[in-house]
Design a binder for this molecule. Structure first.
Ligand code: GLC
Length: 651
């Protein structure tokens, strides 16, 4: 303690002033000028910072200093006299900020703001048109080509439903009501607007993962600005500085959430300014690192480009750098023996202790999807060749590993049941030394004769057999699962409908942990009691991922059935965050009401069912090269496989 204090004192006396002086932004009084310096030096500056400040990061107030410096240009002074001009500068700051292509810079220097073009997607100009063109159509499932015109047209139309148009209208009103503004611009949606709940915690923040369905709903509606703002402002938040107990995780991390705060303006008591205050997990309950944030950010970035037709955002140098930083963090060498991403517990939607540390499926599916999306968006410059190679290597290895070792169905269960153990050899069948006694008794009941799924996690001598919905659904969406596996997952969902959907879609995982297992694994978490919250609770937001997966597999009727079930009570129940009990009969004990991603998840499902071809902007199609590499690995003998692996993992 004394030592760290003295180190901090010594450092604050020597290093910090030097950093202050070397920072062009803090010495500059003009926000716009500061921006230019900031922009042109941002990435370089960050590098220097990292090199020199192995120590300065340890300073307690560094983050504040750093954030403030970074956001100097984004402060919006609310002082009446300056409001107009500062607000304007603030807006310019974002529009003109870093990483433009030369052409764009030219446009900008002429004073023209670059605006995303808004033109018809899939021949349909807006969601209003979508509704009008689809209203009255009956559900029709034609087995045709995926996304082909008029294929599997599902008109889960608002008018077909007994609530009529009002349910969607209500959802839109609530979604718009949840919009958060910064410098007068929409930049995200609040997690929940539950005015009746006095325990706000961090539900008044914009969560990256929670915004994804909101963003997609806006994209589907042809409203691109909020998504563009969200992408660019969250990029500015990307892990410049965050510390916990004097330690900073690697650069590239995206925050879990952020809040727009009004703070007194330095040196001017009568005025306030707005700042963006990110949380990288250093304030979050349990101090969990949001590994999924950066992956979701990449996926939303690509969706924005596909829906809006505006590729200028992904082409910006700062955005390209942001993508690379996320990838480098994910692809960094560690102690891993597996191509899956090694993470701590609570690093994704399940953001508290649930025994998912290691290589949870949800993170692997998002990782795979983000790698595919990033590969499409990376500009083909000299610097990206190595990264591209690393991505390709990882994609092949990751898909092979998940498809081969995470997959279970009746056949595979039988193989595991008869596993030999303690095999020391390169050619071991039971590679991870799984003891057959691990097969839980519930699984014997749960596994249908037709269907299968990807298990939750795989570690030495440990298979987490729980069914995790998001991981399985996103494995379909991202093509991490093979076509056969994807269909089998949907078969299982149909076969286990009364367990996974029952009264409200969709169970986050199955089954719940109970008794001693719950005590040990959750640490006796009173929020995660059996069949509640993350421990077997039911989350309406999962409707949208279910819908994308079903449409991709040309089986939208499954999603439609789930949406119809949700519509029976979701509005009456005030759009809860989650439901409790085995059959999802109660509103979650501690669930927030008017949870934005429950509302947005429903809207995305509805919009996609009305216009299934739009789902093509959200899925990753199977890559033929990957498929070939996969078949090669499957057919290769163990020795050849080892050779390929060694060659393939040079990153
Ligand atoms: C809960 C959820 C998390 C979500 C957050 C905000 O912590 O577990 O996934 O992002 O609430 O809604």
């Amino acid at each position: 303690m004394a030592t760290s204090e003295s180190i901090i004192q010594a450092l604050s006396g020597s290093l910090l002033p030097r950093l202050h002086h070397s920072d062009p932004c803090t010495n500059n009084s003009s926000p716009v000028h500061a921006l230019k310096l900031n922009v042109s030096n941002t990435r370089k500056w960050s590098k220097v910072y990292v090199q020199v400040n192995g120590y300065s990061r340890m300073l307690h107030n560094c983050r504040t200093y750093r954030s403030r410096r970074l956001f100097d240009v984004f402060h919006w002074k609310k002082d009446a006299g300056r409001l107009e001009s500062m607000g304007c500068k603030c807006r310019q700051a974002e529009i003109f900020c870093g990483g433009m292509t030369e052409d764009q810079n030219e446009t900008r220097s002429k004073g023209e703001a670059i605006r995303p073009r808004s033109f018809p997607v899939n021949g349909i100009s807006s969601a209003t048109d979508i509704e009008e063109s689809e209203v009255g159509k009956q559900f029709k499932h034609e087995k045709g080509g995926l996304f082909s015109d008029g294929m599997s047209t599902v008109a889960g139309t608002v008018k077909d439903h007994k609530y009529g148009k009002t349910l969607e209208d209500e959802a839109w009103n609530l979604l718009r009501d949840s919009i958060v503004y910064y410098c007068n611009k929409p930049i995200g949606t609040i997690a929940a607007k539950d005015l009746g709940n006095t325990s706000i915690l961090n539900y008044d923040q914009v969560f990256i993962r929670d915004f994804i369905p909101s963003g997609i709903a806006f994209l589907l509606k042809g409203e691109y600005e909020i998504v563009r703002n969200f992408i660019l402002y969250t990029l500015q938040l990307q892990s410049w500085e965050k510390t916990m107990d004097c330690y900073s995780p690697g650069q590239g991390l995206m925050p879990a959430s952020f809040k727009v705060r009004s703070v007194p303006l330095d040196g001017d008591e009568s005025a306030t300014e707005e700042i963006l205050d990110p949380d990288f997990g250093e304030a979050a309950i349990g101090r969990v690192a949001p590994v999924d944030s950066g992956l979701w950010w990449i996926l939303l970035l690509q969706a924005y480009g596909k829906f809006s037709g505006d590729s200028s955002v992904q082409e910006r140098i700062d955005v390209q750098t942001g993508i690379k930083m996320i990838l480098k963090l994910c692809l960094a060498d560690g102690f891993d023996m597996f191509p899956t991403l090694l993470v701590t517990d609570g690093s994704c939607m399940i953001d508290r202790r649930m025994g998912i540390h290691g290589h949870p499926l949800e993170i692997q599916a998002l990782f795979y999807s983000a790698l595919l999306s990033a590969r499409e968006m990376l500009a083909p410059d000299d610097g990206s060749a190595d990264l591209r190679r690393a991505i390709n290597n990882r994609l092949v290895a990751l898909s092979f590993h998940i498809r081969a070792h995470y997959w279970i169905d009746m056949r595979k269960l039988n193989v595991i049941y008869r596993y030999q153990t303690e095999e020391y050899s390169y050619d071991a069948v039971n590679k991870f030394n799984i003891y057959p006694d691990q097969i839980p008794s519930w699984l014997v009941e749960f596994m249908p004769s037709k269907g299968g799924y990807l298990i939750g996690n795989l570690q030495p001598a440990h298979m987490d057999f729980r069914f995790f919905s998001l991981g399985n659904l996103w494995s379909i969406v991202s093509s991490l699962a093979t076509l056969d596996q994807s269909h089998a997952i949907l078969d299982l969902i149909e076969a286990k409908w009364e367990v996974l959907v029952a009264e409200m879609p969709f169970k986050i995982c199955y089954p719940a942990m109970e008794g001693g297992e719950w005590r040990i694994i959750t640490g006796s978490d009173p929020k995660n009691t059996p069949w509640s919250y993350h421990n077997g609770g039911s989350w309406p937001t999962l409707l949208w991922q279910l819908t994308v997966a079903c449409i991709k597999m040309n089986r939208p009727e499954i999603a439609l059935k789930a949406v119809n079930i949700a519509e029976r009570s979701i509005s009456r129940d005030k759009w809860p965050e989650y439901y409790d009990t085995k059959r999802a009969r109660f509103i979650g004990k501690q669930a927030r009401l008017y949870q934005t991603w429950s509302i947005a998840g429903y809207l995305v499902a509805k919009l996609l069912l009305a216009n299934p071809s739009a789902a093509k902007n959200l899925v990753n199609e199977e890559d033929s090269e990957l498929a070939n590499a996969f078949s090669y690995m499957i057919s290769a003998n163990p020795k050849r496989k080892r050779g390929l692996k060694r060659q393939g993992f040079i990153v």
